[in-house]
Design a protein around this ligand. Sequence first.
Ligand code: GLC
Length: 647
Amino acid sequence: MIVKKIYGSPIETYSVINKVTEIKEQSLFSELISDSTITFKYKLNKDDIIYGMGETMNGMNKRPGRYISFNTDNTNHHDGVCSLYGTHNFFIVDGIDHFGVFVDTPSRSIFDFDYNDSGIIEITCETKDLNLYIISGDDSYSITKEFLLNIGKSFIPPLYSLGYIQSRWGYTNEEDFKNVLKGYRDLNIPLDGICMDIDYMDSYIDFTVNKNRFPDLKKLVNDFKNDGCHLIPIIDAGIKAKKGEPTSDEGVKLDYFCKDTNNKLFKGYVWPGACYFTNFLNSDARKWFGSKFKNITDYGIDGFWIDMNEPAIFFIKKKFSLKNLFIKKEKIESMVDQSKKVFEYKSFYQELDGKKYLHYDIHNMYGHTMQIASGEGLNNILNTRYLLFSRSSYVGSHRYGGIWTGDNRATWNHLRRNLTQMVGLNMVGLLYSGADTGGFIGGIQNRELLLRWMMLSIFTPLFRNHATRTACKKECYNFDKPDDFRNIINLRYRLIPYIYSEYVKAALNNDMYIKPLSFIYKDKDSRLIEDQLLVGDSIMIAPIIDEGKTLRDVYLPEDMIEVRFDGYKFNETNVKKGYTTLKCNLDEVVFYIRNNKLVPISKLVQSTKDIDLYNVELLGNGHEYKQYIDDGYTKDVTLNNIRTLTK
Ligand code: GLC
């Protein structure tokens, strides 16, 4: 059951979509309401575990920890970092008492969970206007499902977006993209997409294409599609403020941009130099921004990633020229610590129905509203499903697209965090998510790290290898023994019938695609496991996430089948419940199939274009599998498209 208490007059956040029973008083938390804040306190029991908080750092258990919801462009995600790109204020206390809480406010909020051994939960929101949702249920899984039911179904991407995607900030022209595709195709390493970073644009201006670098983008897109590869361009939040630029002129004329404290157009500096920021609170402005995607979909493009939408603002008073923006990178990186951007975010307003909101007070829903604008726009423009993933998000963003976890680093801890982040993200319906596999930042090629990271990412719906301009080369064909990379990606492609089916069933049933063990198994050990995951209904994974290791302990809550894949063949072995030692070298991948379950697999293909979802083999010792199946692109996605396979 879910109920809500309303404090003050909260702004619409487009997160909960169902009508929820309102309560006048709540007794779960003690509450303190001051002139500008609301504080909630709850006394924890010794063994309570806390799940949730979306993409935040730390383990699956968020206790002890401090999390500050204040969407931040942060390139240094160490474990103590309190703020990342999104705000997902949903958590569950799992212990003697069991309940879920969603603090629905776009204002900066601090969540202390037994921080400094306080033994309490203390939540401080910098607002007097919010909705507090309380969800009851028998266990964490049923509470999560109740929550998911109320925030609506997850976005369902086109089939190609479950293929492997290569990306790098630094592919600048047609030739670069052709070389990447050739690099993969020549070595028979499957690939379905290449991301286009900001250099495809004309002077980093949204919804433009640099004609010198891409003289015939339509042909390129078409040739690539015929070869089973989609180009996926980026769109940034800031729109270059320049007279004569159509998008800039139009937005000014229609009064769709944010205003500063003097009611003048607000400008902040990002990649293109001075930028305007769309007031996404205004539904007409959202429609207008969404319609602009047509400039790019007209080239045959059907997928995008949207970025810098916290929004990231380097500075608001011009400090140096655009050219220097790149040269003075070091300096910029320190300026990019957006958690300190109080001054910038207090310098502009967003207007809704004649009411002005200081951006700072509603900061956490900026990326979310850009995601809504983009998703709705693409849905209107395209006849088939679109691909969309954002850097910034809020609860509710999952209905319009997915996310990636931002500018991580090539470190083993970030691989570990990718694994734990998947739980929090699935708890808020952000099923189409994943990290920059191998790390966005990192100058030195680390073959082992990339291989191990891929062994995790083949199970996350977004499977993208992306790196910054100064990072080492990370395309698989640039490494020694590319066969090892091919083996892993081959497994991803063979699992696509399963991944697709489980993803769509999870979305249609308001369910999670990735779960912690404890959501299904009720034993003590499952409750403590932080480095294994359930993927869909049949698979458990226990990836090796430590440097130099080929062995690890794995906990099996029930008898399972160990599946070892060498790139071509599957080798299935029964393993007994309890602890076991897993050996996995770099040239193979191992995963587990739960007892009495099945996994449909396809023949090997180089692109999802050639996948035959109807023609599958079954792994595992179950007897029946419900396969979701369609052409991968229709918008008509219903539970009627399920067939039963038997073994
Ligand atoms: C941001 C994004 C990154 C992108 C870069 C250039 O840092 O997070 O993915 O490559 O901007 O657009």
